[in-house]
Design a protein around this ligand. Sequence first.
Ligand code: UDP
Ligand code: MG
Length: 328
Amino acid sequence: MRLELSVVVPVYNEEDVLPLLAARLRPVADALGTPYEVLAVDDGSSDGSPVVLQRLRREWPELRVVRLRTNAGHQAAISAGLARARGDYVVTLDADLQDPPEVVAEMLAVARAERVDVVYGVRSDRSTDSAFKRVSARAFYRLIRWLSGTHAQVDAGDYRLMSRATVEAVNALPEHNRVLRFVVPALGFPSASVTYRREERAAGRSKYPLARMVRLSIDSVTGFSIAPLRAATWLGLTGGLAAVLLLAYALVARAAGHTVPGWTSTVVVIAAVGAVQLLCVGVLGEYVGRMYAMMQGRPTYFVAYDSLTGPATDADEPLPAESPRASA
Ligand code: UDP
Ligand code: MG
């Protein structure tokens, strides 16, 4: 059977949100009047999410659950969903209801009417996000645009619709640690956008601590630009020039008979040069690390089961609904 739409939802410890999500997403999807699937990617949740998903699935046949063996992260979970989604169009949507599901209908209508491959959801109002999140997000998007010159929309997150052609293009990329919100615009496929109001998280807490946000930023920058490598070169050059000037100054001072400056200046110079070197080595390391990861070619996620096809291997546990043990 051909499916018109797949909605990919990454889920990580969202047991409180899932029933609310189902209650809001299902009417929207049913009202489309076309065959669809909602593909929940359980990103190795350690709470009751798998059990809640199986319970929801009993009443909602269009709900399909793919569980990853371990927590792979937001972007990898979405990638897993994209690799398995069957729809002609695929929408990616966070589970926490910050992105209103009602917009899915609008995205699909725009995609059909304007015959575009991608429809971005653009946040018109982020007042429900914390001030820190807003400021850091804005700086993040500006930085990426400046560094990489991609056509990424400011304030477009991971709420977007993609055509089958776009999804296949993304799936075919060999790149690891891909940050989809920049990878998709970089494809340059015809696109449109719809705006929506970003809402408050419906329940539970954000799964993006600062460390993960920093990780995402580094992956975004190193995935799109070698500007930091050049910055390292420039820093090195500037440091070298400063050292030459200092040397000249020291020689002149000595010839003029001044006493040798105290250790303060020496310490400052050593510290500054050391810092520049460490920074440059660190930048190099980021890229070497990326290349290393690509050469290893390790998958970024492992699937444990797919409710469509069953457990990944015969030795795997049955789906949680059939085995109460899995809820422990
Ligand atoms: N998520 C995930 N794996 C993770 C972290 C988050 O699948 O390791 C999911 C999470 O369940 C949610 C979405 O990614 O559906 C976005 O996460 P969250 O709402 O916590 O991020 P924020 O909106 O605070 O940036
Ligand atoms: Mg959220």
